[in-house]
Structures are given as C-alpha cells and as structure tokens.
Design a protein around this ligand. Structure first.
Ligand SMILES: *Cc1c(COP(=O)(O)O)cnc(C)c1O
Length: 495
C-alpha cells in the first residue's frame, strides 16, 4: 500500500514516510492509494477478540510497512495497564438502540490517548525504516486535550523530545495542571501570552522557518507534528469503530451485516474521518452524524456545500471542538471526488485566501449518499441533554459527548430512523466538572478538586485517579512567554 498527497495524486510515499513527515511538502495530507478490505468473516471473528487483537488486525492492514510482530508489540504496549477499563473501550447502552463507545479510560481521560499512545511507538520505528538517525522534536500547540495526551505518550520515548505551547489562561484548570506537572526528561511546556490561534501560528512559523530547519539539521534534529494531520494519529482511530461493531455483535444487539450509525463529536474532523475509513474498508455503517457545537461551520457545510469560516468564533463548554478550520475534511474531499487533487487544491487555496469555498451540488449530493449528515447545538442545549441523559437514562456523559447525543436526537426526530447508533464518547465527564455539575442540578462553588469530589458523590462513580492525583503533583513548568519568543525558546531547549 502506497500513500499519496491530497494535493498531488502522483506523489508516492510509504506509510513510514507518511508518519515521519506528518504533512506532505505540497501542504496536502497523506492518504492510502488503496484501502484494505475486511470480510464479514473477519469482522465476525473480532467479536471473540479483545481490544488489542482487533486493533492489531485493523492497524496492521492500514500500516503495511510494519511487521506483524511490531504491530502486536506496539498495540500491547499502547493499550496496556495505562487504560483503567479492563476491555479498554467499553460499549454501554444509553437506551435501547443507542450505545456509548467510551474512549476515555486512558491516561489523560480523553479519546486522544488512542492515537497518542500509539504514535510515539510508530514514529521512532518509522524513522528507523526511513534510515533517519535524527532526534525527532515534536512541537504541539494545544487548547487542552492534545497537549497532555501527546506529553503522556512521548514522555521519555528514546529518540524524541516534545514541547507543548498552550494559551496562557486559555485552558481549563484541570487541563493546565495536567500539562505543567508532566514528568519526563524530554518534555517541555510553555504558557504563551495570546490565544490558541497565536500559539498555533507560532508553531507553524517555526515549522516553515528555513533558518530554524538548517540550524536544527546541524544539530541532528528534525521537527515533526503530533496533531491529527499525521496518518499515524488517524490510523489507530479506525480500529475502535470495528471494535464497537464487534461488541454489539457480541452483546447480541445486532447480526453480522446489519448496518449501524455513528454520532461523532467533531472538531478537526479526524475522528469522524476514521469512521468513514472504517466504512470504506468494509464495516457495515450507514450514517455518520457529524455533531458540532456553536462553531457550526461543518453543519452548514453538510447542508449547503459551502464551507465558510468567516464567522464569529465561540468559546464553548466543549472546548476541544472549538475550531473553524477542520483540517481532515481535506481528506474526505479527496476521497469523495475520487482523488481529484486539482479541485481539492483549488478549494484549499480559496479557503486560505478568502476563508470560503463551495463544492457545488454534485459533491454535496455525493457526501449525502456516503452517509454524512450534520447537526449542532449550543451550550444551553448541551446542558439540557447531559441533564436529561443523566436523570432519565442514568448515563452521565461529558459535554462533547452531550453534543453528539443531542445531534442524534435531532437526527432521529427529523428522520424517524431507528438504526442502532453508537455515540462516540470522547472525554470523561470528570474532566469538565464545572460544566457537568450544573447539568446534574448541583449549584456548587469551589476549587476544581472540590468539584471532582462533589461529582463523585452525586454520580456514585469514582473520579479518575489521573485527575484527582494532580492535586499533589509538583508543578514543573511555570514559564509564561511572549508569542514572539517561541522560536528562541525552542532553539535554546534543543541545544
Ligand atoms: C479532540 C476532541 C474532539 C474532536 O475530535 P476531532 O478528531 O478533532 O474531530 C472531540 N471531543 C474531545 C473530548 C476531544 O478532545
């Protein structure tokens, strides 16, 4: 299996090169030129397997440069004891026909662990396969979840170093504490005076600065990225769609071949695209419900075919979905147009120049044909949904998952579709206690740790130790820097 760029279909790289490079030189994203295909028999067999076995089968097919032994070893390490649920990703019924795929039992309590426990294993191996002996320095700009998941994954991984920038005052207190208390000899964390866009622009400027690249080359260092444009982050996410289907088979909720729907809380479009790749490689999936918060650029796009980021940016209670440029949509557009790299490149150029592009009625019809539908809800609606899901169904979900539950409810009301649906649950409710407590009808003021305790009492569930344990951890990184100082800090750190 080869990989090409969404902006140049004739370009060819291996999966190892795609992972090491992250982004294609032409600015495009890497995609396999041909997808693997899983048979009904293979999927049925997954019902008798544990998460690690399913992940090894799926990942192996999407990463052909790695040997079966390598993949099995990586999977066993990545989805080991650091996941607190015995079955790694439990599938629970919220109500008949609606299920929650809980992806937040990993070390940082959000679904990004599924990819970021795997990428630090794939990346050094990719470097070796490509004959590179350079130290790989990962730079991350984060609004919260990605930074911590990447730190946790790359801490003390040989041949790598990782530096995270977060907006000063722009994350939740829990998210900040998770990052500034990170242990490991190869990690570094900075607060940047500015917002998330400033930190992201700062990181991009370092990536594209040729003098930085030259300087680092002399020191035997190359820069790489740990965000979801990297194929090594996307591929591990395909596995849990197969896993969810297999669990419903195992639980007797569906028969082999029955189609199911997924509702996915969406930001950068990485998670839902992994669902589409599962569908295109043989998983019986009908609808992919793209759930957005008030930053509803994707909802509008899936209704009209016009992608327009020229709108107000909202800070919401589901901050990991506060995004107006969904990078991985580019991969979907390439697939939907049967690899029309020229038209994809044009749309992306228009997006850069004008913040807007229109894919026209034919592509829009194709998106619908392929099962994509979009819905959104605001914070008030999210709170009501979390409230009702808790009080009427006894299931506690976080705000991001709440958005996906609400999107599913809107879809069901509009269409009457009774197809079984899996809601992809992306974060622990304990990670967002200040927004969840009011949804549980609790008017509570206090520190973030007191909120965790209050939530434990009213939910009768233990808070993850990864969060409660932060209280006694030493703060290792307290530097607040100007945004203009990011480049110099990186160069000093990599001395
Ligand atoms: C990152 C994130 C999302 C959005 O996922 P994308 O792959 O960016 O679409 C949703 N929920 C949570 C909790 C996240 O951390």
């Amino acid at each position: 299996m080869n990989f090409c760029s969404t902006r140049n279909r004739d370009l060819r790289v291996t999966s190892a090169q795609a992972i090491l490079q992250g982004l294609s030189e032409d600015g495009g994203l890497f995609l396999p030129t041909q997808l693997p295909a899983f048979s009904a028999q293979q999927i049925e067999e997954m019902a008798g397997q544990d998460y690690r076995q399913v992940a090894a089968t799926v990942l192996g097919a999407f990463l052909p440069d790695y040997t079966a032994d390598e993949i099995v070893g990586f999977v066993n390490d990545a989805y080991g004891k650091q996941f607190t649920a015995a079955d790694v990703a439990p599938v629970k019924a919220i109500q008949p026909g609606v299920y929650s795929l809980e992806l937040w039992h990993g070390p940082t309590c959000a679904f990004k662990d599924f990819a970021l426990q795997m990428l630090p294993r794939l990346l050094p191996a990719a470097a070796k396969k490509c004959g590179s002996d350079k130290t790989v320095a990962i730079l991350v700009a984060t609004s919260g979840d990605t930074g911590k998941a990447a730190l946790e994954g790359f801490a003390d991984v040989e041949g790598t170093r990782i530096c995270v920038f977060y907006p000063h005052g722009g994350t939740s207190e829990m998210q900040r504490l998770q990052m500034v208390t990170q242990t490991g000899g190869n990690v570094n964390v900075f607060a940047v005076k500015g917002n998330f866009d400033d930190t992201q622009n700062g990181v991009k400027a370092i990536f594209t600065d040729t003098s930085v690249a030259k300087e680092l080359e002399d020191r035997g260092v190359m820069l790489s990225s740990a965000n979801s444009i990297n194929w090594g982050r996307l591929a591990p996410q395909i596995a849990y769609y197969y896993w969810a289907y297999a669990q419903l088979l195992k639980q007797g909720k569906i028969k082999m071949g029955d189609k199911i729907n997924f509702s996915v809380p969406t930001g950068n479009f990485g998670d839902i695209l992994a669902g589409y790749l599962a569908k295109k490689s043989g998983l019986p999936v009908d609808k992919l419900i793209c759930a957005s918060n008030e930053n509803n650029v994707l909802t509008d796009f899936l209704k009209t075919g016009v992608y327009d980021r020229n709108r107000k940016f909202h800070l919401t209670d589901s901050p990991s979905m506060d995004i107006l440029i969904s990078s991985n949509l580019e991969r979907l557009l390439y697939m939907i147009t049967d690899g029309n790299d020229i038209v994809v490149r044009n749309w992306m150029e228009q997006l850069k120049k004008t913040g807007k592009y229109d894919v026209g009625p034919n592509v829009l019809a194709k998106l619908k044909e392929e099962g994509f539908v979009g819905y959104w809800c605001n914070d008030e609606r999210t709170e009501i949904t979390v409230h009702d899901t808790w009080f009427a169904k006894g299931y506690l979900c976080d705000t991001h998952t709440g958005v996906a539950v609400d999107a599913l409810e809107q879809y069901t009301k509009e269409t009457g579709d009774q197809t079984p649906c899996v809601v992809v649950s992306t974060a622990s409710p304990f990670k967002f206690a200040p927004a969840i407590l009011p949804a549980m009808d609790l008017d509570f003021q206090g520190t973030d740790f007191q909120m965790l305790e209050a939530m434990e009492i009213v939910s009768c569930m233990p808070a993850p130790k990864a969060l409660t344990g932060l209280k006694n951890k030493e703060v290792r990184f307290d530097k607040v820097i100007e945004k203009d100082a990011m480049k110099q800090e990186v160069l000093d750190w990599l001395k």
